[in-house]
Design a binder for this molecule. Sequence first.
Ligand SMILES: Cc1cc2nc3c(=O)[nH]c(=O)nc-3n(C[C@H](O)[C@H](O)[C@H](O)COP(=O)(O)OP(=O)(O)OC[C@H]3O[C@@H](n4cnc5c(N)ncnc54)[C@H](O)[C@@H]3O)c2cc1C
Length: 477
Amino acid sequence: MIHETPHIVVVGGGISGLAAAYRLTQGKDGVQPRVTLLEADTRLGGKIRTDMFAGLPVDAGPDAFLARVPWAVALCRQLGLEKDLIAPAESKTWFWTHRRLRRLPDDLVMGIPTSPFSIARTGILSPAGIMRAGLDLVLPARPYGPDPTVEQVIGTRLGREVVERLVEPLIGGIFAGRADHLSLAATAPHLAQAAKKQRSLILSLRAQQRKKPQQTKTSVPDAPAFYSLPDGLGALIQRLAEALEERAVTVRLGTQVEDLTRLADGRYQLVCSDQTVFCANGVILATPAWTTAKLVQSFAPAVAEELAAITYSSAIVVTLGYKPSAVPGALKGVGFLAPRVDGRLLTACTWATSKWPHLSRSDLVIFRCSVGRLGDERGLQLSDEALVQRVHSELEEALGVRSQPVEVRVSRWERTFPQYDSGHQERVKRIERALTACSGLTLAGAAYHGIGVPACIHDGEEAAQRLLGNLSAEMTK
Ligand SMILES: Cc1cc2nc3c(=O)[nH]c(=O)nc-3n(C[C@H](O)[C@H](O)[C@H](O)COP(=O)(O)OP(=O)(O)OC[C@H]3O[C@@H](n4cnc5c(N)ncnc54)[C@H](O)[C@@H]3O)c2cc1C
């Protein structure tokens, strides 16, 4: 039973940990805990990082969040940032494949062509690939395993080319992962649902699309798909840090938690790299799964094993600034994706100055280029200089960029994207079930219920709610 003000420690100051700490400060059922946030790095934000690039706030990690899920927009509203939200100026996406840029038709759903005719015009699929995709309309239903991969479902229905050239660059791009590993249900639940509903995926998606207007009667017809902030997503971190300070949360940077133990009285003891020790009634671990695994090892070895089994991929964001004269032609769109089958170093390139009105400047064109995915660590092995040269020469080929960049930045994100492989959702359920034995301890972060910024915010908030609920029950015992 807890008599004094309960103390909760949040470990990890990425967006999940920050959202959790912020939610904790709002209390619940009369429980108003004292909150401490411990962050290993010398800055908050984790993967969210905005640095100045040629005098402009250019994100080194995520540069936008999904607008159609509510959590990030709702948090911005609570923090007074909603009025500042900005939408991309462009929406068109291109594919760099078969030696040139090819525009994606608007009727694709996560890369799945709902009309074989529009995809035929793009030249992305071969005639045989288009015919194979069309077979989805007539092929009989096939049984899949319990949690099929993206490739197993979409490859079976529409063929290998659709997977390799359309779907993997889109779904795999979000996770820097591979279609033959990622679970369809965990990474694209609406596709998994569509695949379950009808024999033909194309017909099922068409039916989903027909239903949409009735389901979203209140939505604005051309509502933006993504949002960002004029000073980059780092502004959200900045505002959260201020809000935590206003609410008397103790935030300690450069404080890596090295050891976590469960005390006999049910509280937790945390030992940090600088040998400071914290005692807490509740702990939220908002750290990557591989770190969390080490922290829970001593008192929950089975959970640690499950957490350690969540694999991660690495990526690098190479940001290049060119004089406008170096870039021939207007860039109409947000950028391009490059399918793995083509063997390029680039996986994607965002045309930052065309995409974001706040980055548009007459004397600079900025490209944010992504390199690396699961199983492709070629970029990681290159020095920054060699990497910049390789990326530049691929831009020469893709866009006809002529002279060298005038500004460069390399942001390496090693072991960064959790892979939601087949079996992921069941694994997370097992972790959660096993953790019920560790009252007062809960997890949050990209490794569990969604990798995007809004999902991480939601996960952090849910973790805080759970812990407040537990504490409230303890206090009224
Ligand atoms: C290049 C890139 C592009 C992306 N693009 C998008 C996008 O456009 N849209 C989108 O929605 N999402 C995007 N994402 C995904 C999204 O940014 C992340 O999934 C999300 O930010 C993860 O947040 P998190 O708080 O769960 O984890 P993290 O940001 O990893 O935070 C974890 C924190 O824990 C700290 N930590 C670790 N160990 C310890 C310890 N022992 N003690 C104390 N602290 C510790 C770390 O230093 C870190 O700050 C992108 C990610 C990357 C890398």
